[in-house]
Design a protein around this ligand. Structure first.
Ligand SMILES: [Zn+2]
Length: 494
């Protein structure tokens, strides 16, 4: 029986310190194609069960798959962004096994000749950068989905939704280069960001478009040999990933410390209980009897096509982060947040391009904008146009309004869609903030016009309009006339 969580967690720190974990990740990413990989059925998520199916994806006899070119192109994009070599020739293979969610009795995947190999990505944990190797990236079709709940006879019957069957996936296998759960977390975070930036997937973990399994083993610190590895499945959130690897590492150390031996097996992470349980032994694992898929031609990728795809790659997250730190003087922590998605970082660039200072744009997006969006539970797409935020930031920069008033203006802009200048003018907000500026302008004008001051003091009320006009002119008409009146009266009668 597997050790339960409390025992594994109660290992002494000095015992834990004797070992190190060796971690590799296998990540499945659903590609954002409109149609499936071998037929024209829609890949849309959330449609009624079994409405996006045809004889090909249902695996009926006599049908032939046709490869979706867009899926190959997206897989290539992902591979190039991960620094992989995309091979001229690759080939699909049949992975044979029987399961109800796989109507053909085999999955079309890639085996001996994958699309791409030999890449890497860089992760950063506690300020230390590290390269994690990527062994391979291959294309395959997804299986259908078993629905265990929510139907009238769920207790006694299995329900299967074949809509997902045949959706294009890429499987990305890392080298066993990670040593602590935090590195695995950083790897998956970076990988997800690259997939989002390149637009190959929406990486929605809740909808299953990003799935992760971990291979975990432990060995005495300093040893070069690998221990027996265990595959941990069902890591469907970033938090689970870290917890599950931590748990599994401790469990294996506990087994070794009590004189046991690690069984090569697949274990399932049970999030509710917080431990992994044995699912099946790898020693008894079935042989998939891979063989080249006879119904599909080998995949040939010309260097012209590969280079064309390479040219269309966007700036990747790491390059963008470095550029933001260097060009705008934003802290690495803020840059991390600002580049979390391509949409946010592009919005930032558009605000700066429209004339806002970089540092101020970053602060406003990360504090005011994100705050307003989350308060009102709105998506980022509902942000004011970048030009509108830039105008507001320029008004603050030129001291037409204070930052405090700017926040009020921004909230109004967010609700009404009106521009900052309109809001400031119609609500007299410019005046509120520039009381000091009005007073300064008024003092200067009074000092320059001793004759008119004398006239006013001798009872010539008409000359007051002259002063108001001059102050309004000096404040470019932005001041609140009432405030100008009040301030002038106070100064002239003192
Ligand atoms: Zn189909």
């Amino acid at each position: 029986m597997p050790k339960s969580a409390p025992e594994a967690a109660s290992i002494a720190p000095e015992v834990l310190a004797k070992y190190e974990a060796v971690i590799g990740l296998e990540v499945h990413v659903q590609l954002l194609t409109r149609t499936k990989i071998f037929c024209g059925c829609s890949t849309r998520f959330g449609d009624p069960p079994n409405t996006n199916v045809c004889p090909i994806c249902l695996g009926l006899p006599g049908t032939l798959p046709v490869l979706n070119k867009r899926a190959v192109e997206m897989a290539m994009r992902a591979a190039l962004a991960l620094n992989c070599t995309v091979h001229d020739h690759s080939r699909f293979a049949r992975k044979n096994y029987f399961y109800p969610d796989l109507p053909k009795g085999y999955q079309i995947s890639q085996y001996e000749l994958p699309l791409a190999t030999g890449g890497w990505l860089e992760v950063e944990v506690a300020g230390a950068k590290k390269r994690v190797g990527i062994t391979r990236l291959h294309l395959e079709e997804d299986a259908a989905k078993n629905l265990h709940e929510g139907f009238s006879q769920s207790a006694t019957k299995a329900y299967i939704d074949y809509n997902r069957c045949g959706t294009p996936l890429i499987e990305i296998v890392s080298e066993p280069d990670m040593r602590v759960p935090e590195e695995a977390y950083a790897y998956l975070t970076e990988l997800r960001q690259i997939m989002l930036y390149t637009g190959v997937s929406d990486c929605n973990m809740e909808e299953g478009s990003l799935r992760c399994d971990a291979n975990v083993s432990v060995r005495p610190r300093g040893s070069k040999e690998f221990g027996t590895k265990v595959e941990v499945k069902n890591l469907n959130s970033f938090r689970f990933l870290q917890r599950a690897i931590e748990y599994e590492k401790n469990r294996q150390i506990d087994v070794l410390e009590s004189g046991g031996r690690i069984a090569q097996e697949t274990r399932l992470w049970n999030q509710a209980e917080g431990y992994t349980v044995s699912m099946r032994s790898k020693e008894k694992a079935h042989d998939y009897r891979y063989f080249p898929e006879p119904d599909l031609l080998p995949v040939h990728i010309s260097s012209a096509w590969r280079e064309e795809v390479r040219r269309t790659l966007p700036e990747l997250p790491e390059a963008r982060r470095t550029r933001f730190v260097n060009s705008y003087g934003i802290t690495p922590y803020d840059v991390e947040l600002l580049t979390a998605t391509r949409t946010i970082s592009q919005y930032f660039e558009d605000v700066v391009a429209a004339g806002a200072p970089g540092k101020a744009a970053s602060n406003w997006i990360l504090n005011e904008l994100i705050g307003l969006l989350s308060d009102r539970k709105k998506p980022f797409q509902d942000s004011p146009p970048p030009e509108a935020l830039a105008e507001l930031l320029r008004m603050i920069e030129s001291k037409q309004i204070t930052a405090a008033v700017g926040k009020k203006v921004f909230a109004t802009m967010f609700e009404s869609g009106r521009t900052a200048a309109e809001i400031v003018a119609s609500e007299g907000l410019g005046a509120q903030v520039s009381d000091r500026a009005i007073e300064q302008a008024a003092r200067e004008i009074i000092a320059k016009n001793p004759d008119n001051v004398a006239k006013f003091k001798s009872g010539n009320e008409g000359v007051f309009k002259f002063f108001v006009g001059q102050v309004m002119k000096a404040t470019r008409g932005q001041a609140n006339p009432q405030a100008v009146n009040d301030i002038l009266r106070k100064l002239l009668s003192s």
